[in-house]
Design a protein around this ligand. Structure first.
Ligand code: KG4
Ligand code: ZN
Length: 335
C-alpha cells in the first residue's frame, strides 16, 4: 500500500509518500518561518494562504522523487487536527479532493498521533507497550501507549507547553520565533552554574507539568541583569542555559517517574522539543541508570512533517479507518 500524507496544521507544509512494504519513499517540507518571523508568531491567515501555494508543487515533487503516478497511490492521509482551522482546511480539502479524483479513500489523522508514531520511521523502533513524552509547541503530555490507537493520558501541562515556554523565554531574550533552537544554541555557550532556575512541580506527586512559573522566573532574571547594567550576550547564554536545564531536568524526572509507575522500560519522545540535544543526552544518561531505553525520531521528523502523517495514516488505514462524509477538520481534538 502506498499512502500520500499531508501535514498543514500550523506553519509547515509537509508532504510524504510512505509504502507499507518499502518504507518512506520520499518526503518534502516547506517551512513558513520566514513569513511569520516579523510578526513574532504564526499569523493564521498567512499560514493558510501559503499552504495553498505550496501543497500541490510539493506533492508533485515527492511523486516525481518516488517515481510514482497517481495510479500507484492507495490512500491520502491528512492532518485533521488539532491545529489552526484555516490551515487544516487547506490540507483536508486538498487531500479529500485528490482522493475523490483518484478513486481512493482519504482519512484524517490526529496530529499528535503522527508525532507519537514518528519514531517508528526509524530502523531501530520501539516495541509496544511504551510511555511517550510528547513535547511540542502546543502539547506537553505523557501517554501510555499499548498499541496503535490505545493511548492513556498519564499527565500533561497545566499551563504552557514546553515548546511554548521555550518560545516565550526566547522572546524575552530578543530571539526570533520559533525560539527553541535559538535558546538551545545560546545555552551551549552558557555557564550552568551561574543561575539555578526552579524545576516546577517536581516535588509534588503525579505526572503533570507546569511551565508558567519558569517563564516568570526567566523574566525576573532578565530584568535583574538589565537593572545591573545591560543584558550582555553572556547573560543571555547563561539564562538560556539555566532555562534549558530547568525544562530538561523537569522532563527527565517526570519521564522516569512515569516509566516506574507503569512498570515499563521503553520511553518514546516526539514533537519539536524532542530535537533538543541536551534533552536527548540527559534522558539517555538517566534512563541508562534505570536499564531503560529512549527512542526518538531523526531531528527532521521531530518537528512537523508529512512523513509522520503518511505513516500514521498507513496504520489507521490498515485498521480499517476511512473518511465518511461529515466535517473534515477538528481544530480542538483530544487524542
Ligand atoms: O512539533 P512542532 O514542530 O510543532 C507543534 O506541533 O507545535 O514543535 C514546535 C516547537 C516550537 O515551540 C519550537 O520552539 C520547539 O518545538 N523546538 C525546540 C527545538 N526545536 C524546536 N525546542 C527546544 N530545542 C530545540 N532544539
Ligand atoms: Zn506538531
Amino acid at each position: 500500500m502506498l499512502i500520500l500524507g499531508l501535514e498543514t496544521s500550523c506553519d509547515e507544509t509537509g508532504v510524504a509518500l510512505y509504502h507499507t512494504g518499502r518504507g518512506l519513499l520520499a518526503h518534502a517540507l516547506f517551512s513558513q518561518v520566514d513569513i511569520h518571523v516579523e510578526y513574532g508568531g504564526v499569523v493564521p491567515e498567512l499560514a493558510s494562504r501559503d499552504h495553498i501555494r505550496k501543497a500541490l508543487p510539493l506533492i508533485e515533487q515527492v511523486m516525481a522523487e518516488a517515481n510514482c503516478t497517481a495510479g500507484d497511490i492507495n490512500a491520502v492521509a491528512y492532518t485533521a487536527g488539532p491545529g489552526l482551522v484555516g490551515a487544516l482546511m487547506v490540507g483536508a480539502t486538498l487531500a479529500r479532493a485528490l482522493a475523490w479524483g483518484w478513486g481512493v479513500p482519504s482519512l484524517g489523522v490526529h496530529h499528535m498521533e503522527g508525532h507519537l508514531l514518528a519514531p517508528m520511521l526509524e530502523e531501530d523502533r520501539p516495541d509496544f507497550p511504551f510511555v511517550a513524552l510528547l513535547v511540542s509547541g502546543g502539547h506537553t503530555q505523557l501517554v501510555r501507549v499499548d498499541a496503535i490507537g490505545e493511548y492513556r493520558l498519564l499527565g500533561e501541562s497545566l499551563d504552557d507547553a514546553a515548546g511554548e515556554a521555550f518560545d516565550k523565554a526566547a522572546k524575552m531574550l530578543g530571539l526570533p520565533y520559533p525560539g527553541g533552537p535559538h535558546i538551545a544554541r545560546l545555552a551551549e555557550q552558557g555557564d550552568p552554574s551561574r543561575f539555578d532556575f526552579p524545576r516546577p512541580m517536581v516535588n509534588r506527586p503525579g505526572l503533570d507539568f507546569s511551565f508558567s512559573g519558569l517563564k516568570t522566573y526567566t523574566l525576573n532574571t532578565v530584568n535583574d541583569c538589565r537593572a545591573a547594567g545591560e543584558l550582555t550576550e553572556q547573560d543571555k547564554c547563561d539564562i538560556a542555559r539555566a532555562f534549558e536545564e530547568a525544562v530538561v531536568g523537569t522532563l527527565v524526572i517526570k519521564c522516569r517517574r512515569a516509566l516506574k509507575q507503569e512498570g515499563l522500560k521503553t520511553l518514546v519522545m516526539a514533537g519539536g522539543v524532542s530535537a533538543n540535544r541536551n534533552l536527548r543526552a540527559s534522558l539517555e544518561m538517566a534512563l541508562k541508570k534505570d536499564r531503560a531505553r529512549v527512542f526518538y525520531p531523526a531531528p527532521e521528523f521531530c518537528t512537523d512533517n508529512g512523513a509522520m502523517i503518511a505513516y500514521a495514516g498507513a496504520q489507521r488505514l490498515a485498521a480499517g479507518q476511512r473518511d465518511e462524509g461529515g466535517t473534515a477538520v477538528r481544530p480542538r481534538w483530544p487524542m
